[in-house]
Design a protein. Structure first.
Ligand code: PBG
Length: 326
C-alpha cells in the first residue's frame, strides 16, 4: 500500500479533540424566553417540548434556569395582555417585556436581548401597522414608514427598561436606522442592535407562531420577509443593515440557510448570528420521539454545523440542553 496521507490517523481518541476546528461553548448560545401577561401559571408549549410561556412573576426563575446551564444570554418575547391594531402594548412602559426585563436585570446577571416586532402585539398579527384596506387587498400590507416610528418607540422603551441589546425582527426597510436614531435620541447610544438582517419568509416558524401567538390573521409575511430562493438579495439586506449601524448581523432560519451564514461571515466584519428557529427544534424532537434519531447528538451536530458555517452566536431553543452536555 502506498498511502502516505492517511486522514484517519487524526481521528483516534485523544488526538481528535486536539485537531477539532470548531468548538461549541455555552456562551455561544442565546435562549429565547416567552413571557406571557395573560397567564399566572407556566404554560408548556406543545410544539416546542421543554419550553413554556411564563408569567412575568416567573421570568426571573425561568432565566435563572437558563443561567444554571452556563448560557449567559436570553432573548425575550412577549405575549401582551391585550392587542390592538397598532400594537401599542409593545412600547408601553408597563408592557410585558418591559416588566420582565426590569425584574431580570434587577435580580440576575443575564444579558437580555429584546426581540423587537409588533406581530405579537397587533390584533391582525402582522409586524406593523396596516394599509387601510389590507385585509381585502393582498397587495397592501404593512405600512413601512409608519411602522418605523413604532419600532423606534418600542426600542426606546425596551432600553429604558434595561434591555442590553435590541433585536429588530420585522423586516421593514430602514428599521435599523430608525431604531438607532430612536435609541440615540433617548440617550441609549451604548445599546447595540442585532439586526435580523436576512430573515426569510419561512415555513419553519410554525411552532413559534403558536408559542408567541403571532400568526397573521390573514395573508402571510412575503411582502416583508425574504424569498427563500434568494441568496444575492440576502447580501443586499445585510449590507443595508450594516450601513444603518447594525452591530451584529443575523441570518434566520439557520440550518436551511447555511450558505447565507457563510456568505455573511466572508463579506462582513461584524459578528454573525444565526437563529436556529422553532421548526428546526420541533422537527428533531418529533423524530426523536419516534425513536428515529438521537436528540442530543442531532442537536449538538446542528449547532456545531451552524457555528462551522460561520456563526459567532446562535439563538437556539436547544441552548440549555446542549450547554448542559458540554
Ligand atoms: C417575529 C418573530 C418570529 C420569529 C422570531 N421573531 C416569527 C415570524 O416572523 O413569523 C420566529 C422564531 C422561531 O420560529 O423560532 N417577527
Amino acid at each position: 500500500m502506498d498511502i502516505t496521507d492517511r486522514p484517519r490517523r487524526l481521528r483516534a481518541d485523544g488526538v481528535r479533540d486536539l485537531v477539532s476546528e470548531t468548538r461549541l461553548a455555552p456562551a455561544d448560545f442565546v435562549v429565547p424566553v416567552f413571557v406571557d401577561a395573560t397567564t399566572d401559571e407556566r404554560v408548556p408549549i406543545e410544539s416546542m417540548p421543554g419550553h413554556e410561556r411564563v408569567p412575568v412573576d416567573e421570568a426571573v426563575a425561568r432565566v435563572e434556569e437558563v443561567l444554571e446551564t452556563g448560557v449567559e444570554s436570553v432573548m425575550l418575547f412577549g405575549i401582551p395582555e391585550s392587542k390592538d391594531a397598532e400594537g401599542s402594548r409593545a412600547w408601553a412602559e408597563d408592557g410585558v417585556v418591559q416588566r420582565a426585563t426590569r425584574a431580570i436585570k434587577a435580580e440576575t446577571d443575564a444579558y437580555v436581548i429584546a426581540d423587537l416586532c409588533l406581530c405579537e402585539y397587533t390584533d391582525h398579527g402582522h409586524c406593523g401597522v396596516l394599509e387601510p384596506d389590507a385585509a381585502e387587498d393582498p397587495d397592501l400590507t404593512v405600512r413601512n414608514d409608519a411602522t418605523l416610528e413604532r419600532y423606534a418607540e418600542t426600542a426606546r422603551s425596551q432600553a429604558a427598561a434595561g434591555a442590553d441589546m435590541i433585536a429588530p425582527s420585522g423586516m421593514m426597510d430602514g428599521q435599523v436606522a430608525a431604531i438607532r436614531a430612536g435609541l440615540d435620541e433617548g440617550g441609549f447610544e451604548h445599546v447595540p442592535i442585532m439586526a435580523y438582517a436576512a430573515k426569510y419568509a419561512s415555513a419553519f416558524y410554525g411552532p413559534f407562531r403558536d408559542a408567541a401567538d403571532g400568526a397573521p390573521a390573514f395573508g402571510d409575511r412575503r411582502h416583508y420577509q425574504m424569498d427563500p430562493a434568494n441568496r444575492r438579495e440576502a447580501m443586499r439586506e445585510v449590507r443595508l443593515d450594516a450601513e444603518q449601524g447594525a452591530d451584529a448581523l443575523m441570518v434566520k432560519p439557520a440550518l436551511p440557510y447555511l450558505d447565507v451564514v457563510r456568505d455573511v461571515r466572508e463579506s462582513f466584519d461584524r459578528p454573525v448570528a444565526a437563529y436556529n428557529v422553532s421548526g428546526e427544534y420541533a422537527m428533531l424532537h418529533a423524530a426523536a420521539e419516534k425513536g428515529w434519531l438521537d436528540l442530543d447528538a442531532a442537536a449538538r451536530e446542528s449547532l456545531l454545523s451552524i457555528k462551522r458555517a460561520g456563526a459567532d452566536l446562535i439563538v437556539t431553543y436547544f441552548g440549555e440542553r446542549v450547554a448542559r452536555d458540554l
